[in-house]
Design a protein around this ligand. Structure first.
Ligand code: SF4
Ligand code: SF4
Length: 399
């Protein structure tokens, strides 16, 4: 039975509203510690104060001060900062850095984070096996995507997420001068999935990615081949250029002005609605409405992890592969792929857009010529696609 346009709009509104309401509920019930401690209280320090007085006047633990100012001997607590060969400015900077680090650590619920990572790994192993066996059917895809953003977004919350490992690391360093090792370890884990199996993490385990993907699938026919409302494949040259520029601006603003342009529009706040601002709500709504018509607009146009993941997937062990001996060049896979990726993979273009390992192309192929496999890529026979030239590098929109 084909979907009605009214049904699609109603489903879209229900999914977005329920996601936000349930996230509000779970933030309250499960993740109160996620409301991070702010440490921007100005420090009262002058050159004649002893270290012990600084601790007392600013309500800072002595142990934190000792760590911040590298004090090993308790006798030094009675010295003034001049006697310690420190200036007011450098003392403030060192203390602020340590306090920010401690606040970051205190704001994390490490048990919940550990459970999230274990669930992510188990979920991705399942997805990997299903894609390898070509068993991600249209119906299964919807349930898996729904399960993904409900579990990794609504239940476990927005933090940590693949994008924030990059953005928080840049802003943490640029603004507060801190480098938080657990964040770096998380980034390595996320990138490991990229080296292993293309963008399988983005494709299935990132909650905001899964939410956008789920919304796109709401507006697809029952075979998951094309949109009920028209859907568009945006030129990769355009989306990737915007994504690179956005990343450059983000880094420059963080280092030059000490602020994050992403925080105010952070789409992961969908799963932590208490942090949403009016600008954030408007931006996220635009992204989610656009997701009905364009495949993962946030991922393709803005996400810093999307950009890094796109580079990493070039070195991935498992990828979409085409068996050209059985391929009949019907291009059903390219038509069904929600982006320009399959057109480029099929014709072996030099620039391959992001492939989210969604498996749509595998299901669409009538001759079962597409697999998610490792090993050497078979070369495309000359003249196989001679009539139709791939258009993904052009700046046009195609339905
Ligand atoms: S590119 Fe998309 S799926 Fe990947 S981290 Fe960013 S938002 Fe998530
Ligand atoms: S090529 Fe397209 S359809 Fe195939 S897995 Fe990648 S993104 Fe999905």
């Amino acid at each position: 039975m084909e979907k009605s346009k009214f049904g699609i709009i109603a489903s879209f509104i229900s999914v977005v509203a329920l996601t936000v309401l349930l996230s509000l509920l779970t933030t309250d019930l499960l993740r109160n510690s996620e409301m991070s401690k702010e440490t921007n209280k100005p420090l009262s320090i002058n050159a004649t104060m002893t270290i012990a007085e600084i601790a007392e006047n600013n309500g800072i633990k002595v142990s934190s001060l000792k760590e911040a100012l590298l004090i090993r001997d308790d006798k030094d607590l009675t010295k003034t900062i001049i006697e310690m060969n420190l200036s007011e400015e450098s003392t403030k900077a060192m203390i602020t850095k340590t306090l920010n680090f401690e606040a970051e650590e205190a704001s994390k619920n490490f048990k919940l984070i550990f459970a999230k990572f274990i669930s992510w790994i188990a979920f991705l192993v399942l997805i990997f096996r299903l894609i390898r066996k070509g068993k991600v059917t249209t119906k299964a895809r919807k349930y898996l995507l729904l399960g993904s953003f409900l579990l990794f977004g609504v239940m476990f919350g927005s933090d940590p997420n693949s994008m924030s490992t990059i953005t928080d690391m840049v802003t943490g360093y640029a603004v507060n001068g801190i480098f938080f090792p657990p964040r770096f370890i998380a980034l390595i884990i996320f990138l490991f999935f990229g080296f292993l199996a293309n963008k399988i993490f983005c494709g299935w385990a990132c909650p905001f990615g899964a939410l956008q993907d789920f919304i796109l699938r709401l507006n697809r026919d029952s075979k998951d081949r094309k949109g009920v409302f028209p859907q568009y494949k945006v030129s990769f040259a355009l989306s990737n250029t915007v994504r690179i520029l956005f990343f450059v601006v983000f880094v420059l603003v963080a280092f030059l002005w000490g602020t994050s342009i992403i925080e105010v529009i952070n789409p992961f706040n969908t799963f932590n609605p208490a942090k949403l601002t009016y600008t954030g709500i408007s931006f996220i709504l635009i992204m989610l409405i656009a997701s009905l018509f364009i495949y993962r607009p946030w991922c393709h146009f803005f996400c810093p992890f999307g950009l890094v993941g796109w580079i990493v997937e070039k070195f991935s062990r498992f990828k979409i592969k085409v068996n050209y001996s059985s391929c009949v060049a019907c291009e059903e896979c390219a038509k069904a792929c929600p982006s320009q990726a399959m057109t480029a993979i099929l014709k072996q273009d030099q620039v391959i857009p992001d492939c989210f390992a969604c498996g749509t192309c595998i299901n669409a192929c009538p001759t079962k010529s597409i697999t998610f496999a490792s090993g050497k890529t078979e070369e495309v026979p000359k003249d196989k696609f001679i009539k139709k030239k791939s258009a993904h590098w052009n700046s046009k929109l195609s339905i």
